[in-house]
Design a protein around this ligand. Sequence first.
Ligand code: LLP
Length: 424
Amino acid sequence: MNHFEYRDGILHAEDVAISAIAEAVGTPFYVYSTATLERHYRVFADAFSQEGLDALVCYAVKANSNLSVIRTLAQLGAGADVVSEGELRRALAAGVPPEKIVFSGVGKTVSELEFALNAGILEINVESLPELEMLSDTAQRLGREAHVAIRVNPDVDAKTHEKIATGKKENKFGIDIEYAGQIYARAANLPGIKPVSIAVHIGSQLTSLDPYRAAFAKLAETVETLQKQGIGIERLDLGGGLGIPYDASDSEPPLPSDYAKVVRESVGHLNLPIMLEPGRLIVGNSGLLVTEVILEKVGETRRFVIVDAAMNDLIRPSLYDGHHEIMPVREPAENAQKSAADVVGPVCESGDTFAKNRQLPPLDHGDLVAFGSAGAYGAVMASTYNTRLLVPEVLVKGDQFAVIRPRQTYEELLALDHMAEWLD
Ligand code: LLP
């Protein structure tokens, strides 16, 4: 459920008309709804408490790392899953307590590990033996003890887009689960390392619970084997990845309550606290990308709607064939004649296409349209390709809205480059 709906013929975010935001900040822009963020967080967190599980929800900051978004979730009790020093700095700046932060990722640098150790975060998820050794050296040098989880790769097919599947042997992530015993034994003997947890994350936008069931069963078995070896695992990190509906006609992905049931059934008997790392599920349907129609170009065989947002603002359609609903901000009349259109941006690539053959009502220069489900992996994946400015982000709460990232200016963008001195 989200808080974007038509009222009096205009698309609203909570009590704010999208057209009013457009007037204030121009287009394109991202807009997020606080009520939706809060609702998604609560539904997810409550699902686990209802199953009697002791669960810490560490929001995966990569999905949307705006400080106001992180703070909104932190105020509800969320921790953070971060994958870089930058994200860790964001989580801390937004007020997430270090003891609720987990650092994941397949290639952390020594300076990132140092920063994490000095910040005193909850755990570092290690994905290889060389990383474990690097962490041990770093921790010793700093006189600290690193609390680690080993991320295991369970060799389970998440049945999602290949670019976001992470749990198969051929993926770069984690340590093959059958070597868990060896690596934990090594970890237990390394100075500066305290193995406390085991982690798994098999992919993103999962629309079936079966891969989770398979992965968690393997994880539970591994934990029991480790316990027999005398290796104490204090908690489990079950990763993120639960999918969201992108297409109104899609079958709904599993509910958080069913997901929580699978978790209890597969690992509940271990009686360990768990951590979860949802990203998309919390923010995906809490955000829209709003854009203005520049013009319609009708060729012999095709109708193109050219908008002022482009692939550099929202890359999901080009990169993953991602589907985003397209909603005119002014509600189309019920009898409006729809016809197939390709919705494209101004970037000089044919891949700069948001939708192909989408049934849309007539759209004119100046009309506003919104792309749905753009709260996750939208603004965070934006670039300035074609020297286009990063677009603003706006957060709505009830009848108020705040610009939580202003539009970049050309001065700021050009100032990022320096002229080589011999060119002066
Ligand atoms: N934990 C780990 C270790 C992850 O790698 C990820 C996502 C998450 C948690 C959060 O997954 P979520 O709950 O958001 O599915 N840019 C892609 C998605 C990349 C996901 C990367 N890892 C997209 O737009 O579909």
